[in-house]
Every structure is written in C-alpha cells, then in structure tokens.
Write a protein that binds this ligand. Structure first.
Ligand code: SF4
Length: 244
C-alpha cells in the first residue's frame, strides 16, 4: 500500500484488519471501501469505469491488487487519441487486467447521430450523450455498483465528492476522492506504473482528441477539456440520490 502517517501506515495489512483501526487516513479508507465493494459487497456485480487517462493508473493498480479479473469499462467514443488506445492496452498488460471491455456507440448510432464526427463542434452535450452516456448506461445495466477515479480536487463540481454514493439505483465507489494530484503522481512513481504518453506533453487531463488541448504549467489541469465552451463534465456522472 501507499505511504502515509495514518495507523495503516505503509504496512500491507489485510484490509479487513485495517478497516477496524480507527483514524485511517482518507486514502486508506477509500482503498478499504474499494476492497469491501469488490470482495464482499458486490462480488461479480461491480465494474470499474476508466478513461485510461493521465491519472487512471493508480485506481487500476488498486483494483488489480484486489482482483485483476474485475470488469473494467472503457468508453471508446471513436474520437480518442491513438495514444490513449495504446495506453489502455499497455496498462492492462502491465497490471494483468483480464477483463477490459471497450464499449461505445454502435456503427448505427454513429450513422444516425454524427456520421462526419463533427457534432462535438456545435453540440458537445449531444455528442457526449450518444458517444458516452448512452453506451455506458447500457454497459452498466447488469452491474449493481461501479467504481470511478474521480477526485475532489479536479473540479468545483466534484468538491464534495463522497467515497460512496447512490446514483440511479446503483452504488458508486470513488476510492480516490481525497487524493491530491501530487499524491497520485507520487504513487505512479512509487509503483513504477506506465504513464500516459501525453501526460508529459502538457495533457494532465485527457478526454477525446477533438475536445482536449494541452495546458500551460500553472493552468487549471482540466481547462484543456472542452476548452472555451464552459462545459466541465461529460454527463456520465449524475447527481446522487443520497450521500453516505
Ligand atoms: S468529449 Fe467531445 S468528442 Fe468526446 S463525446 Fe464528448 S463532445 Fe464528443
């Protein structure tokens, strides 16, 4: 496990043991919630949703530690950087993930909604809806719970993000909610995880190639997403029913 000063420390204790130790740091508490969800609460009924972006490696490494056969859903919008698709395959190999599923719009849906692939220019909400939201809703139907890599520091819309929430009848686990960008970066280094090839080229947050630009040092890391449109979320994360 990662280093910290909470009672779990850097000792790789059994999670069921660490869960009973009071005063766990928020990062260890998130890791405990993740393990409980995968192993005890939703075995066979939980999936992880990953963009295989600049910060995705840490969550996927935590999942691989618990069960590398956990289903990982990657929404292939058909507008991704080729580097992201290559990174998906590289990271899956490195971590030994055995059930990475690429989902996305069907050819018929693309033909019906956006044959030239230009919808993002004038209606990005509609584009995200048919390329991301609808395919992910479809893929999540058989699951009772899902895991995201969202963090509070990423956007004002995420500032109160809980580790566990209930949305649209499903449980969502956000084990990295409390992690800072610096902690994620340090953990990628500590574990020797492969990095997204674009992260060293000014892309701290990576979505579709059409809607992501590099940012300068010191700029808001997510300001390169949907630049100039005011859009900050793709729409796959809806408001919770309750907050635990
Ligand atoms: S991020 Fe851009 S290209 Fe990708 S689905 Fe959303 S609007 Fe479309």
């Amino acid at each position: 496990m990662f280093d910290c000063t909470c009672p779990a420390g850097s000792i790789d204790l059994d999670f069921r043991v660490t869960a009973e130790i009071s005063g766990l740091c928020a990062r260890h508490a998130g890791a405990v919630a993740l393990r409980r969800a995968i192993r005890e609460e939703f075995p066979g009924r939980i999936a992880v949703v990953s963009s295989f972006g600049a910060e995705s490696a840490v969550l996927l490494a935590l999942v691989a530690d618990i069960d590398p056969a956990t289903p990982i859903l990657f929404v292939d919008t058909r507008q991704h950087f080729p580097e992201t698709l290559a990174y998906r395959d590289e990271l899956a190999r490195f971590l030994g993930l055995t059930d990475v599923r690429s989902i996305g719009p069907s050819n018929a849906e693309i033909e019906a909604n956006d044959p030239p692939g230009e919808l993002w220019r004038f209606d990005p909400d509609a584009c995200c809806r048919f390329r991301k939201v609808t395919p992910l809703d479809r893929a999540l139907e058989p699951f009772a719970a899902w895991v995201t890599g969202r963090k509070r520091h990423q956007a004002l819309t995420r500032i109160a993000l809980p580790v566990v929430e209930r949305v649209d009848g499903k449980t969502k686990i956000n084990p990295l909610a409390d992690w800072t960008a610096e902690q994620v970066d340090a953990e990628i280094t500590r574990r020797g995880l492969p990095r997204h090839p674009l992260s060293a080229m000014g892309y701290p947050s990576i979505g579709c190639a059409t809607c992501t630009r590099a940012v300068a040092s010191g700029e808001d890391p997510r300001s390169g997403r949907w630049y100039g449109t005011g859009k900050v979320e793709c729409g796959i994360h809806r408001l919770p029913e309750t907050v635990d």
